[in-house]
Design a protein around this ligand. Structure first.
Ligand code: FAD
Length: 383
């Protein structure tokens, strides 16, 4: 079943909460909604603001791939965070399904990273040998074609990782919003004009001029987060445009995610596949372009044997919230402990949502700080 969630349509049931802390969240993408739900599970009183529908930002365009080791051959500080967050996903999705009472497309279907030439085969086979503990295994070209007959041409082998998977990101986010509203979270369908933390209790002012005070405010506004950072003009978060296609796939469902240096393909239920994604540094432009569509279609044709009747259903665009060091920004603001950033997740916001929601909840509830927060501090950018 496809779930949609609109602001002002909260199917709130009567529930009893200990309402100790009052939190405002700017942004109804995966990060804002996951955090709202996690806080509400812990008895916190939450209000989410967004001028767009739930998941109307980058989350809407996401392929939802949950794969710490795909295309990531240079393990940096991000990889252990993604591994940890993906490890939370089974329980996370189960609880959201239970709370929201809806189905969410989620599968640990595994992935194949395909070597398209000898050079890639060299580096990928070395990568597989170094990551056996993560379940990586090298397969040669023949074995690879047996595993995934839809792969075209003459692949030079690939790395298979069975643990990898995907989630339908807009559906998960809509379900998070339903689950949060069931637990009492309010959703206000208005854009926030400013976050003010000059007095003891910070305030959110909407573009309509309404002001509300909170004990804590969480800035989870994706690529737009820098515009709301109080007391600074630093552009710590900037948009990187990505376009993705949904194709009709009138053939048996592909078994695994297929990842190549040209494009990646994510199998989906209902006779579709997703083909991603472009990367363009063009500011806040969210238009679908023919050039990006052609680029992705041609990449897909070079990697896959297209069944007859395959074709484009839709193109989606999103602005990935990027940061200068490639790490998310999660933690209290330099100017006030009452303002918390949860942003800058770039290409991994879906995979990092469960961990981010849990880290932010710890901060709000004053629990012992998780060492994972150390490299993510907003203060490194003067925020
Ligand atoms: C093509 C593409 C493919 C991707 N594939 C993957 C993938 O496979 N796996 C993965 O983990 N990640 C993927 N990503 C990245 C992932 O989508 C993002 O990291 C994630 O969606 C960021 O979530 P967010 O909630 O921070 O931001 P967003 O989803 O952008 O949400 C931010 C929200 O804040 C709202 N907002 C902004 N300003 C204001 C304001 N002033 N007042 C109120 N609300 C405001 C916006 O309207 C928006 O709804 C992909 C991204 C793209 C574009």
């Amino acid at each position: 079943m496809r779930v949609e969630f609109a602001f002002h349509q909260c199917p709130c049931r009567t529930v009893t909460y200990h309402r100790g802390v009052n939190v405002g969240i700017v942004g109804g993408g995966i990060i804002g909604c996951a955090t709202a739900w996690e806080l509400s599970r812990n008895g916190v009183d939450v209000t989410v603001y967004d001028g767009r529908p739930v998941a109307g930002g980058a989350t809407h365009a996401s392929a939802g791939v949950l794969a710490p080791y795909l295309g990531a051959h240079d393990p940096g500080p991000l990889q252990p965070l993604i591994v940890r967050s993906c490890g939370l996903f089974d329980a996370f999705v189960r609880r959201v399904r239970d709370d929201a009472g809806v189905a969410i497309e989620y599968s640990r279907c595994g992935s194949i990273e395909v070597a398209l030439d000898e050079t890639e085969a060299d580096s990928l086979s070395r990568f597989a040998a170094m990551h056996t503990a993560a379940g990586a295994r090298w397969v040669d070209g023949d074995a690879l074609r047996r595993l995934e007959p839809a792969i075209a041409g003459d692949p030079h082998g690939g790395v298979v990782i069975d643990e990898h998977g995907y989630v339908a990101a807009p559906e998960l986010t809509a379900a998070l919003a339903v689950a949060a509203s069931v637990r009492g979270v309010s959703f206000i369908g208005e854009r926030v004009a400013s976050v003010n933390c000059e007095s003891a209790q910070p305030a959110i002012r909407t573009v309509a001029g309404q002001s509300s005070r909170f004990d804590r405010i969480i800035i989870a506004a994706g690529s737009w987060s820098s515009q709301l950072a109080p007391g600074t003009t630093v552009r710590a978060v900037y948009p990187v445009k990505g376009q993705l296609l949904r194709l009709k796939w009138p053939a048996p469902k592909m078994e695994r995610i297929v990842w190549t240096t040209r494009c990646y393909i994510v199998p989906r239920q209902g006779g579709h596949v997703l083909v991603g994604a472009t990367m363009d540094d063009v500011g806040f432009d969210e238009s679908v372009t023919e050039a990006a569509t052609d680029q992705l279609l041609s990449a897909a044709h070079s990697v896959l044997q297209m069944p007859s009747g395959a074709g484009m259903v839709e193109a989606r665009v999103g602005l990935r919230p990027a940061t200068l060091d490639g790490l998310p920004i999660v933690g209290c603001s330099r100017t006030s402990d009452a303002v918390i950033f949860a942003t800058g997740h770039f290409r991994n916001g879906i995979a990092l949502a469960p961990l981010t929601a849990s880290l932010v909840t710890d901060l709000v509830l004053g629990r012992a700080l998780d060492p994972a927060l150390d490299p993510l501090s907003p203060k490194r950018f003067g925020l």
